[in-house]
Write a protein that binds this ligand. Structure first.
Ligand SMILES: *[C@@H]1O[C@H](CO)[C@@H](O)[C@H](O)[C@H]1NC(C)=O
Ligand SMILES: *[C@@H]1O[C@H](CO)[C@@H](O)[C@H](O)[C@H]1NC(C)=O
Ligand SMILES: *[C@@H]1O[C@H](CO)[C@@H](O)[C@H](O)[C@H]1NC(C)=O
Length: 366
């Protein structure tokens, strides 16, 4: 679905179907469990394995979001049945529709209030327009998106390498990704590349303060037009080894953000590598540890349906990949002890390039 400007009343409630990062994904194979995760990023294949030009575009998420049996390599070949990838499983879709209905009701309450005061005619007109736009969206979503098979297929799983921990290379990083071939006919028209919707949960000033707890943000970071943050690069191994920012306590860190199905846009702190034991492989792995932002009002960085989300940061005014979220853990009761585990982004891109040698992650058009 087309993304609209944040001044449009339908901006926020349509984002469960818009073609930006963080859309909820579910596959045919896992429909019964109603399990789902989040789109990490997409890339252009450019050239296939043999060096022939290719115009294919792939989407990436965690292996365990796209396939059930994470111990086996998978590659879709020839005419074997496809494992279709859908935007929104049943429950998430219904939830999206409910949010639209709720927005209409909320606007109705305001409209009713303004209608009683002749001086509030302009406000009444705004609410009336917003309600009309929301109702049109509700109609469109019901008519053109309800049928998961007919309307919400956005491709099929093409490749997945069994989840593994890099023991041989000695990094102990986790490889947990799968790629689906995007269905051009469905997504080409609205495709914008790797763009994060900063949404409307935070005001531009608040979000800037969260990303720059010690100030200095506004000069370095220009809030993006239409709240669309384009991913333009990837933090290197060295960047992650030597964070140069400081959190509100003066500790070295990198302030990061992510936008996922369950917790929406959140800000957190990456402070270094941590080890993680409770993974699928049963081998201790090394992960980027992301903690809650430290801001007292801030919520927990991630929850279950956020798996797959891209974690990014902003440096010199540009957004770069930090990691791919693949697990979270509450280390004892309170949300402030929550830690989110990520595979380093540079490592993920390297893994993807082993299979898709010419992958381009930064193309802005289909
Ligand atoms: C909001 O977006 C919808 C869909 O693109 C459009 O039809 C409508 O006119 C927009 N409303 C405003 C106030 O711009
Ligand atoms: C995964 O696939 C392998 C190989 O086909 C099989 O041995 C194993 O039992 C499967 N695991 C599950 C949980 O289905
Ligand atoms: C995705 O988000 C919706 C709405 O916040 C929530 O109801 C749903 O449970 C989430 N999905 C998962 C798998 O967590």
């Amino acid at each position: 679905m087309r993304h609209v400007d944040s001044s449009n009343a339908t901006h926020y409630v349509r984002c469960f179907l818009t073609a930006l990062l963080s859309i909820p994904l579910a596959t045919e194979e896992m429909e019964e469990e109603d399990s789902q995760g989040t789109l990490t990023l997409c890339f252009h294949e450019n050239k296939d394995k043999d060096g022939n030009p290719s115009n294919k575009v792939y989407g990436v998420s965690n292996y365990h979001v796209l396939r059930k049996n994470t111990t086996v390599d998978y590659e879709h070949r020839g005419s074997t049945p496809m494992d279709h990838v859908r935007v929104c499983a049943m429950r998430r879709f219904q939830c999206g529709l409910d949010e639209i209905t709720k927005a209409i009701a909320d606007r109705g309450i305001l409209a009713d209030l303004w209608a009683r005061d002749i001086a509030k005619q302009r406000k009444l007109d705004d609410e009336t327009e917003a309600i009309a736009d929301l109702e049109a969206l509700h109609d469109d979503v019901t008519k053109s998106w309800s049928d998961i098979k007919l309307h919400r297929n956005i491709g099929h799983v093409q490749y997945a390498a069994a989840i593994s921990v890099d023991v041989e290379g000695g990094t102990l990083y986790t490889s947990d990704w799968a790629a689906f071939l995007a269905a051009g006919a469905k997504v080409r028209d609205e495709f914008e590349g790797n763009v994060v919707d900063l949404g409307s949960k935070y005001d531009p000033q608040d979000l800037t303060d969260m990303l720059y707890p010690l100030g200095g943000g506004p000069t370095a970071f220009k809030f993006p037009d239409e709240r669309k943050l384009r991913i333009e690069g990837c933090a290197t191994k060295e960047d992650l080894a030597h964070p140069t920012e400081f959190d509100s306590e003066g500790q070295r860190c990198i302030m990061v953000g992510k936008d996922g199905n369950t917790t929406d846009l959140t800000v957190g702190r990456y402070a270094g590598l941590v080890s993680f034991t409770q993974n699928e492989v049963g081998i201790e792995s090394v992960e980027l540890g992301i903690y809650n932002s430290g801001d007292k009002t801030a919520e927990v960085f991630s929850a279950k349906g956020d798996l797959g989300s891209l974690v990014w940061h902003i440096t010199n005014g540009k957004a770069r990949i930090v990691g791919q979220l693949h697990s979270g853990q509450n280390k004892g009761g309170s949300t402030s002890n929550h830690v989110t585990y990520c595979t380093p982004g540079w490592y993920l891109l390297d893994q993807i390039k082993k299979r898709f040698k010419y992958a381009d992650f930064y193309s802005t058009t289909w």
